[in-house]
Each structure stands twice: as structure tokens, then as C-alpha cells.
Ligand binder design. Sequence first.
Ligand code: SAM
Ligand code: DTB
Ligand code: SF4
Length: 338
Amino acid sequence: MTLLRHDWKREELLALFDLPFPELLHRAASTHREHFDPAEVQVSTLLSVKTGGCPEDCAYCPQAQRYHTGVEAQKLMELDAVLDKARAAKAAGASRFCMGAAWRSPKDRDIPKVAEMIREVKALGLETCATLGMLSNGQAHALRDAGLDYYNHNLDTAPEFYGEIIHTREYQDRLDTLEHVRDAGMKTCCGGIVGMGESREQRAGLLQALANLPAHPDSVPINRLVQVEGTPLHGTALLDPFEFVRTIAVARIVMPKSMVRLSAGRESMSDELQALCFAAGANSIFYGEKLLTTGNPDVERDQALFARLGLRPMAVQVDTHGHDHGGTVHADIVEAAA
Ligand code: SAM
Ligand code: DTB
Ligand code: SF4
């Protein structure tokens, strides 16, 4: 049985990154098989329930008010419109529905409205996830009481690169929110973005910070920067695709029991690159035509990819701590993969 470590050293992660590519893939794939069926992939659908107009200055983000990206600020969506999207996501084969809001943090008066969305989405038989910015302890408990299964809050990058990307909140603020989420008994979804101009050492630093959290995140989204015109990071040199695969592989090795999600950036990836990511231990995706404001592969492309690779959507699994991972297998995507 693999011991879950929380004391990873930067040199150890760099030594993994430095392995010959086939050796790194072999180690990651072996770790993957110890804990998961490598043919199964968890599928989540995202919906932006409150888009744009965000006061923060995250240099990658199309929703920051201060950048001119063409994203129009909208109010919080009405419950019925959210439920229509959730039903459609379920019908297309998603098992988890993640609601995102372009907030620095929710106002207390927003919480009852979001709580209602969570209750109703859960009642459809979907797992629920939300990403609303920083949470106080009380807010985290209120969301948990509404039935929220996962909270997404990313570290985004290594502590030493963070100041180049975000100036309106501290790394410690993120760690505090994650602590509130864990204390409330919710599962954490926490990862970051690569391809922002960081060095390999800083990519290792992100994974080190994630793996050395008091508990490994249940889901680890690894986003490849989606470059949006108008954001400061538009025009950043593209990351070598093999370096992206290495990042997935090292994440799999250091967080062996977590879902490693091949997240933003898939639309511009070839099928072959995605296949390498699955071979390197990625076992979760965002599924559906849209992420929050940018595109994602369409459902037909993903169903065809699953079929060609012999992958199938993951069913709900209950681990030894009573945590479930994944969701119900849905007929459409199973048929497509058959
Ligand atoms: N406003 C909340 C927050 O920042 O926590 C929740 C939504 S925010 C859009 C969620 C995450 O999306 C960010 O932490 C970042 O990792 C990711 N993200 C945003 N823009 C991105 C982009 N252009 N490319 C890749 N990932 C992105
Ligand atoms: C995460 O790590 N990636 C998702 C989700 N968590 C909320 C968001 C990706 C956003 C990509 C840019 C956009 O669509 O606005
Ligand atoms: Fe706002 Fe979140 Fe975008 Fe940062 S990542 S600008 S907090 S919506």
C-alpha cells in the first residue's frame, strides 16, 4: 500500500521531472493502477453562474473587470436557468456539476441563493461542486449544510511565482480558505495552471505545495493556460506539450489517490496529447462545450475520444473514508465508448 506523503522536497519532485520520459510515464502509470482502474475517467461539467466583473487581478483571467477581454459582467443566474443546464449536463453524461462565480469572495447575502442552487442540483442526482472565491469558516459550513460535496479553490502556482500573477490576495488567503473547506467536511478540489511563463522548478513548486497540504486534494485540476486576448498573460510562450504531460505524471505520483483532472486547455490539445495525459495518470476531465467563459471540446469529440481509447466514465466509488469519487455511469457516454 502506498503511503500518502506530505513531506515532499523540491529536489525530489525535480528528480521526477528530470526522468527520461518513458520512465516517468511508467512510474506514473504504475501508481495510477495501484489505486484506480486506468480505463475510468471522472466527468464534471462546469457552469458560470456569475460571470465577469471580478475585482481581482489574476493575470490569466478573462473575468477580471480591469482587463478588456470582451467578457460581459452578468448578475447571479436564476435558479431555473441553472437547473436547466444541470439537467442537460446530466443527460449528456456528466456526474458532477460545478458552479463557478467570478467573485473575490461571496457576500453573506449571496450564500442562501447559492445554497438553494446546490440543494436543487443535488436533488437531480448530481454531485455538486462550487468555486466562488475565498470563503469564511461560516460560509463553508453553510455551503456544506446545503449539501455541497466539493469546493474548488486553486493554489494556481508555486508560492514564489504567485506574486507575478496575482496581487489582490495572498497565497496564505488561499490556504486559509482550503482549511475552512476541510474543517466544514467538504472535499477539496485544488490545483493550478501551467504555461504561465513559470520555470520547471516552479511547476515542481506548485505540485510540492499541493502534495504537502494537510490532506491531498480529492481532485487536482491541472489547467493549461487558456490565453485570452486582453489579459496580461496573452502572448506568453507556449509550454512544450511533453512538459505538460510530465506535470500530470508527477502530480499522479505525488498524489496517488487523488483524481488528477486534465482541465482547461483541452480544446487546443490534440487527441494524441490527451491520450498521453491519460496514460500519465490523468483520470478526470471537464465535459461539455464550455468551461466558464472559454471553449472546451464538444461532447461528440469527447465521446469519440473515449471510444477510440477504450475509456469509460467513472462510477461513484466509496473510499475507506466514506468519500466518493466520480459519479454515476451514464448510458449515452457509455454507449459512445462501447
Ligand atoms: N473567482 C473564483 C476564484 O478565483 O477562486 C472562482 C473562479 S476562477 C475562474 C477558478 C480557477 O479557474 C482559477 O483559480 C484558475 O486556476 C482557473 N482559470 C481561470 N482562468 C483561466 C485560464 N485563462 N486558463 C486556465 N485556467 C484558468
Ligand atoms: C479549474 O481549475 N479550472 C476551471 C474550474 N477550476 C473552475 C476553470 C477554467 C477556466 C478557464 C477560463 C474560462 O473559461 O473562463
Ligand atoms: Fe476573479 Fe477568480 Fe478570475 Fe481571479 S480567477 S479574476 S478571482 S474570477
